[in-house]
Design a protein around this ligand. Structure first.
Ligand code: AMP
Ligand code: MG
Length: 433
C-alpha cells in the first residue's frame, strides 16, 4: 500500500472554509488503496483502477435498428414506389453470406448485420421499416415507398464506441451501465481498488453497546452504527473496534494496533479540549494530529492526523465529534472526501440540486450551514422541489437526521434566507449510496 507524507494534514491556522480545507487536504493526498483484478460480474460499486479502452468498435459491425428491408438508397425512386427483388433474409447472428448487389433488397431484422456490398458499390446503406414496405405474398418482391433518407435505420460499426477510444476512466465508480460497457468491450476481468480498510471505534465511559443494560448516566452508542453504515455505503471495508472507555492507555494500544492493519481509523468523541478527552492525547503520543477548525454548522473541529504502528505502518486518523449530528455532518463534509480520495475515487463531491426553501432563516456570516430539511412536493412557480426545514436543530438531535432528506446548504456569505429563495440541496441519498 502507498504511504502518505507526514505533513499531509498539517494545519495550524484559524477558522477555514470547508472548500479551502478540502482543497488543501485533498491536494496532499493520493489513492492508497491496493488494486486487484476481479471478475466483471463481481465489480459492482468498486472503484476502477485503470483507464479502459475499447479493443474493437461497439457495435462491431453495421446492423439494422429495425425489422424491414435493407437496400441501396441510390436504387430508390425519389418520387415513386420502387419494386425490388428480395434475395434473402438476414437475422441477428446470421449474416447473408454474400454481398448484396445493386438493385437487390434483403429482408433484415433488428440487430442483424447489414450485408456487405460489391467492392465498387460500397454496400446497402438504408433499411426501410416493415411498416413502410409491402412484400408480395410469396416474399420474392418488395414495394418500397419514396421519401426515406439515406442511412435511415442503419447503425454503423462503432456507432456506440469507436475502436481504441477510452470508455471508462480510472477512479470512476462501477455501476450497472459501467459493467455493461466492460462486457460490451469483451472484458471478463477488471482492475479495481480494494475496498479501503477502515477501523472504527467510539469513545466515552457513558457510551454503551445496544443489547446490554443501560446504567444511570449512560446512553447507547449510535455513532458507530451511523458512521459504520456511512463508511459501508461509500465502499469501505469496516472493522468494528467497539467502544473504548476514556482510558488513554487503552486508546493508545488500540490505535497502535489498528494502524498496522488499516489505511484509516475513524473515531467519534473524546476529541475536544476537555480533560476527559483522551483520544486527542493518545493520537498526539503516536503520531501527528491537527485540528481543522472548519467553518461549518453543525460541526466541531475535526481531528486529522497520521498514526504510526510499531512496524512503521501509517494510518490516517480522523477524529469526529461525539455529538451524533455533528459526527455525521463532519463525516459528510470532511471525512467522506478524504476517505474517497484514499480509496481511489476521482470524484469526491456530491452533486447538489436546486430547491426552493419553504422557510426563512437567519445565520452568522462566515460559516457554511447545513440545515436539515425534508423535500415536500414542488414549488408551483418554478416546479423545483420544495424544502421544508426540520423543526429541531441541535447537534445531538439524531431524529432530525431521520426526519430529513438532506441538507439545505447555506454559503458562508449569507446572513439570512427569505422563504421562496432558490438554494442548494445536498441529498442524503447521494451522500450515502
Ligand atoms: P464528546 O465529543 O466525547 O465530548 O461527546 C459529545 C457528546 O456526544 C456527549 O453528549 C456524548 O455523550 C455524545 N456521544 C459521544 N459519543 C457518542 C456515541 N458514540 N453515540 C451517541 N452519543 C455519543
Ligand atoms: Mg466523550
Amino acid at each position: 500500500m502507498a504511504q502518505l507524507t507526514d505533513d499531509c494534514f498539517a494545519f495550524d491556522g484559524p477558522l477555514i472554509t470547508a472548500a479551502d480545507a478540502l482543497a488543501r487536504i485533498l491536494g496532499n493526498l493520493t489513492a492508497i488503496a491496493d488494486v486487484e483484478t476481479v471478475p466483471v460480474s463481481q465489480a459492482l460499486n468498486r472503484l476502477l483502477a485503470e483507464d479502459v479502452t475499447a479493443p474493437h468498435a461497439v457495435p462491431p459491425y453495421a446492423n439494422s435498428a429495425v425489422d424491414g428491408y435493407a437496400v441501396y438508397h441510390a436504387d430508390l425512386n425519389a418520387d415513386a414506389d420502387t419494386i425490388l427483388p428480395v434475395v434473402g433474409r438476414v437475422a441477428a447472428g446470421r449474416p447473408l453470406g454474400r454481398p448484396l448487389k445493386r438493385g437487390e433488397a434483403v429482408q433484415i431484422f433488428t440487430g442483424a448485420p447489414m450485408p456487405d456490398g460489391m467492392a465498387e458499390t460500397g454496400g446497402p446503406d438504408t433499411v426501410m421499416m416493415l411498416e413502410d414496405c409491402h412484400a408480395d405474398d410469396d416474399g420474392t418482391r418488395v414495394v418500397l415507398r419514396p421519401g426515406i433518407k439515406p442511412g435511415a435505420n442503419r447503425r454503423l460499426a462503432g456507432d456506440d464506441v469507436a475502436a481504441g477510444s477510452t470508455v471508462l476512466h480510472a477512479g470512476s465508480r462501477l455501476g450497472p451501465s459501467e459493467l455493461g460497457m466492460l462486457a460490451a468491450c469483451g472484458r471478463t476481468e477488471v482492475l479495481v481498488r480494494r475496498p479501503l480498510s477502515v477501523a472504527l471505534f467510539s469513545t466515552g465511559d457513558e457510551v454503551t453497546e445496544p443489547g446490554t443494560p443501560l446504567p444511570p448516566g449512560a446512553l447507547y452508542d449510535s455513532n458507530r452504527y451511523a458512521i459504520g453504515a456511512a463508511l459501508q455505503s461509500i465502499g469501505c471495508a469496516v472493522e468494528d473496534l467497539g467502544i473504548l472507555p476514556d482510558d488513554p492507555a487503552r486508546i493508545r494500544a488500540t490505535l497502535r494496533d489498528a494502524a498496522d492493519r488499516h489505511a484509516a481509523i475513524l473515531s467519534s468523541g473524546g476529541m475536544s479540549m476537555g480533560e476527559e478527552d483522551h483520544v486527542r492525547a493518545a493520537v498526539e503520543a503516536l503520531g501527528s494530529l491537527n485540528f481543522w477548525r472548519v467553518a461549518i454548522k453543525p460541526g466541531r473541529p475535526v481531528g486529522m492526523g497520521l498514526i504510526k504502528s510499531e512496524t512503521g505502518q501509517k494510518a490516517v486518523l480522523i477524529g469526529l465529534p461525539g455529538n451524533p449530528v455533528a459526527a455525521m455532518t463532519t463525516f459528510i463534509a470532511m471525512a467522506r472526501p478524504v476517505l474517497l480520495t484514499l480509496a481511489g475515487a476521482a470524484v469526491t463531491e456530491v452533486a447538489r440540486f436546486r430547491v426552493i426553501a419553504d422557510f426563512g432563516y437567519k445565520k452568522k456570516s462566515g460559516r457554511r450551514e447545513f440545515v436539515r430539511a425534508r423535500l415536500d412536493g414542488r414549488d408551483e412557480a418554478t416546479s423545483l422541489p420544495r424544502a421544508v426545514k426540520h423543526g429541531r436543530s441541535g447537534a445531538g438531535v439524531l431524529s432530525s437526521m431521520v426526519g430529513a432528506d438532506g441538507f439545505v446548504e447555506l454559503p458562508e456569505d449569507d446572513t439570512h434566507l427569505e422563504p421562496g429563495t432558490t438554494v442548494d440541496f445536498l441529498p442524503f441519498a447521494e451522500v450515502f449510496r
